[in-house]
Design a protein around this ligand. Structure first.
Ligand SMILES: Cc1ncc(COP(=O)(O)O)c(C=O)c1O
Length: 380
């Protein structure tokens, strides 16, 4: 950390101490057409009803949007049972995660999260001058709920938990979720990231919101329209909070019109088109099974997942597989934390994407030098 004599006037010390983040590759800007399987996007365009709603809203874009997004809050309240006054919107759920941390922490406060998990939890903690407390996952990639709760100290303000976790893709069962929500002390904000909620429920995952009824302390559940609703490019996330008071913190910190008019219209139309959502979820489940079976036939052991992505330990450096895939026109990811350099992450695409990944992986495994067998160990 730089001291006050050397730190620049435009950054406080905690901000200067954060490594500048690399921006994810934007596939359409690349010189050749690539399959984008690195950001866990939906391979399908949004519902035609959504596109029509956006078109209509665009014609009125000279007006500011509803700053409270009342119609959308009402629709989500009806679906979730959460008080509309306790629902807040953000420019993607990442903005909500960021704000939640920035608005809750004093310097030196602690934030607990699993590792590896979604990077924003700890990045926002560092920005706020907080102390990241990282807890290792279980070998199968689900959160270690006992260890997360055991990491709480008097300085803990927030416990983040992604259900299901990214990048592993696996989720805790109902008993473990109930343990997490009841054993996390009431003095801690329990922030549950359900970015892959629709996929997880479709795959039989637990009802986290129902479990939260048993919690005595404050909680926030973050969800997004970026994934199963195919709206990543429009940017909308929402936070379901345990009370209007909890929501009030984010309401104070957000900018007035952060949910724009086009995305409010799009999200309302997307919620109504249940057939489109079902098509997306069914397709994902089918391709996930096909990818898993194909990779197993190649001798790999993909991690179990209830999401639209899959993590796969490989018998070589993950970076060499990422490069090999890129040379074959496919963008994928690799784990960026958690001490492993031999796990790749691939988003589930459409049928042609699955075929292309399996063909490319067959070639890569045939030519690449292998690491010792330890590379196939379970994730840390
Ligand atoms: C676990 C998790 N949380 C949050 C996000 C952020 O999603 P968005 O900002 O698009 O809503 C992502 C995106 O990949 C994610 O994987």
């Amino acid at each position: 950390m730089q001291d006050s004599t050397t730190r620049p006037p435009y950054m406080r010390s905690s901000v200067a101490a954060v490594a500048p983040g690399g921006n994810p590759t934007y596939a359409p800007a690349l010189p050749r057409r690539m399959r984008a399987l690195h950001l866990n996007e939906c391979p399908f365009p949004p519902s035609p009803k959504v596109v029509e709603a956006v078109r209509e809203a665009a014609a009125k874009a000279n007006r500011y949007p509803d700053a409270q997004a009342r119609a959308l809050a009402g629709a989500l309240a009806a679906r979730t049972g959460v008080d509309p006054a306790a629902i807040v919107f953000g420019t993607g759920s990442e903005e909500l995660l960021n704000l939640t941390t920035l608005l809750a922490l004093d310097p030196g406060d602690e934030v607990i999260a699993s590792t590896p998990s979604f990077g924003r939890y700890m990045k926002s903690t560092q920005l706020a001058g907080g102390v990241p407390v990282r807890v290792k996952l279980q070998p199968d990639g689900r959160n270690d709920v006992k260890a997360l709760v055991a990491a709480v100290t008097p300085r803990t303000r927030i416990l983040y938990c992604a259900l299901p976790n990214n990048p592993t893709g696996w989720i805790n069962d109902r008993d473990e979720v109930e343990y997490l929500v009841t054993a996390t002390p009431p003095g801690v904000l329990l922030a549950i990231d359900e970015a892959y909620f629709e996929y997880a429920r479709h795959a039989g995952g637990p009802d986290v919101l129902a479990a939260l009824k048993k919690r005595r302390g404050p909680w926030i559940v973050m969800r997004t329209f970026s994934k199963a609703y195919c709206l990543a490019g429009l940017r909308l996330g929402y936070a379901l909070c345990s009370s209007p008071e909890v929501a009030g913190a984010i309401q104070r910190g957000r900018t007035a019109f952060n949910a724009n008019a086009l995305v409010q219209a799009a999200a309302l139309a997307a919620l109504e088109d249940e057939a489109h959502l079902k098509m997306v979820l069914d397709s994902c489940a089918a391709e996930r099974d096909r990818l898993d079976a194909g990779l197993r036939r190649l001798g790999l052991a993909p991690m179990r997942t209830v999401t639209n992505f899959m993590s796969i330990p490989v018998p070589m450096k993950a970076a060499s597989v990422v490069k090999g895939m890129e040379e074959r026109g496919i963008l994928i990811g690799a784990w960026a934390e958690g001490g492993r350099d031999d796990v790749i992450r691939i988003s589930i695409g459409g049928p042609e994407d699955t075929d292309a990944v399996l063909a490319a992986m067959t070639e890569i495994l045939a030519v690449a030098p292998r690491q010792p067998a330890s590379a196939q160990r379970a994730p840390a």
